[in-house]
Write a protein that binds this ligand. Structure first.
Ligand code: MEV
Length: 415
């Protein structure tokens, strides 16, 4: 009897219907509703049943290092793209976001546990460092020709563990596969020297070498309908200062930053879990979880800054396999890892700006709820043209499901 993952997609769905997990309608929906060719989707995920579609949209006109870009974003929260476009518009009043990029390196760890004499093991490994460089080159010869590969080896004892840290330049790739294969090759060789198996060999998603973006916006650009720019800028700076003192605020601030960064990471087919984990670890690097962004004002200018590590790739992984990821890169004028890092850091900064301006100005619920009305209309049962009509009607109401259902019923009796 074949295993579940060995079945065709149709057979998997039939099995789930037979088990009572889903009904025929669900199975037919999953079978019919797909945008990726089966050959691609089947290779990107095991036990694939269907495709989980989310809106793919763009934040308009984000100026990053002098270049105007459309930034593709994938996500379920309608206000996120709207906020990003709004933030991009405000940032453009200050000439956009300037971003500096660190060297693109990814660290790998090879760890030995329960080492009888850790200092002696460290000395032995250091004495044979040349062999580590050779093993790394052998594990990934092609990258050397392109100027990448192993860049630094450090060895340390941590209690009775011994850690070999391998810093790798993966060039245009995100680096996970390259670092892991180099780390495993080194682990195998050093196991022979120490006469014990390694405990683990894997990349680290941590980096304390962030991408840094800054923006200087004339305060007039952040004015709201009822409040002048100078006041809003001062309140944004206060909200930022509070985040540095209060972990509950810092966390939500960073959630807003990652609203942009993770949505754009998904759009370019990159590993958003790696990006998210690295961002939060960086935010906590001092032992106190801090905002990834800071805002200050001198009265005339609102100055914003973001510092966030971004492990991204523009080749390999799903970037090439997913047609939408390729389109996302075209939209954002992303050709290199540095482009991707610059665009995503800038997006995180302007996303945060739009959120803070709304929070210290009118509050976020009015904007949020206006955009949520579409989802509410669908939840109430509206179909096709009814969705737009009901969304409009909901704007001046309490925007509850009960109201949406009532309005839909009235709309249908009038037809
Ligand atoms: C909502 O998705 C994001 C915000 O909560 C971010 C923030 O509070 O800074 C508005």
């Amino acid at each position: 009897m074949p295993k579940f993952y060995q079945l065709s997609r149709k057979e998997r769905l039939e099995q789930l219907v037979a088990e009572g997990s889903i009904d025929e309608n669900d199975a037919n929906y999953l079978l019919a509703n797909h945008v990726l060719p089966d050959a691609i989707a089947g290779h990107l995920g095991e036990n694939q049943l269907g495709q989980f579609a989310l809106p793919f949209g763009i934040a308009r006109k984000l100026v990053v290092n002098g270049v105007t870009r459309n930034v593709a974003m994938v996500g379920e929260e309608p206000s996120v793209v709207a906020a990003a476009s709004n933030g991009a518009r405000m940032a453009s009043a200050g000439g956009g976001v300037s971003v500096t990029i660190p060297a693109h390196t990814v660290a790998g760890e090879v760890v030995f546990a329960g080492v009888a004499d850790p200092q002696a093991a460290v000395a032995l490994i250091r004495a044979r460092e040349d062999d580590i460089w050779d093993a790394a080159a052998y594990a990934h010869p092609s990258i050397i020709g392109r100027g990448g590969g192993l860049k630094e080896v450090t060895v340390a004892a941590i209690a009775d563990f011994v850690k070999i840290r391998l810093l790798v330049d993966p060039q245009a790739a995100m680096g996970a596969n390259m670092v892991n294969s180099i780390a495993e090759a080194v682990a195998k060789m050093v196991s022979g020297w120490l006469k014990q198996a390694s405990l683990l060999a894997i990349l680290s998603n941590y980096s304390d070498d962030p991408v840094v973006g800054t923006v200087d916006i004339p305060v007039a650009a952040v004015a709201t309908k009822n409040v002048d720019g100078r006041t809003i800028a001062a309140r944004i700076a206060q909200a930022s200062a509070f985040g540095q003192l209060d972990v509950e605020r810092a966390t939500t601030n960073n959630k807003g930053v990652m609203n942009g960064i993770e949505a754009a990471t998904i759009a370019i087919g990159n590993d958003y879990r790696a990006v998210g984990t690295a961002a939060h670890a960086y935010a906590a690097r001092t032992g106190s979880y801090q905002p990834l962004t800071r805002w200050t004002t001198d009265g005339a200018i609102l100055h914003g800054e973001i510092a966030v590590p971004l492990q991204l790739g523009v080749v390999g992984g799903a970037t090439a396999a997913l047609p939408l990821a390729q389109i996302a890169m075209k939209l954002g004028k992303i050709a290199t890892v540095a482009d991707a890092q610059a665009v995503l850091a800038a997006l995180g900064l302007v996303q945060n700006l739009a959120a803070l301006r709304a929070l210290v100005g009118p509050g976020i619920q009015s904007g949020h709820m206006a955009l949520q009305a579409g989802a509410l209309a669908i939840a109430a049962g509206a179909r096709d043209a009814e969705i737009g009509e009901l969304t409009r009607q909901l704007q001046d109401t309490d925007k509850t499901l009960a109201t949406a259902k009532k309005l839909l019923a009235i709309m249908r009796t009038r037809k």
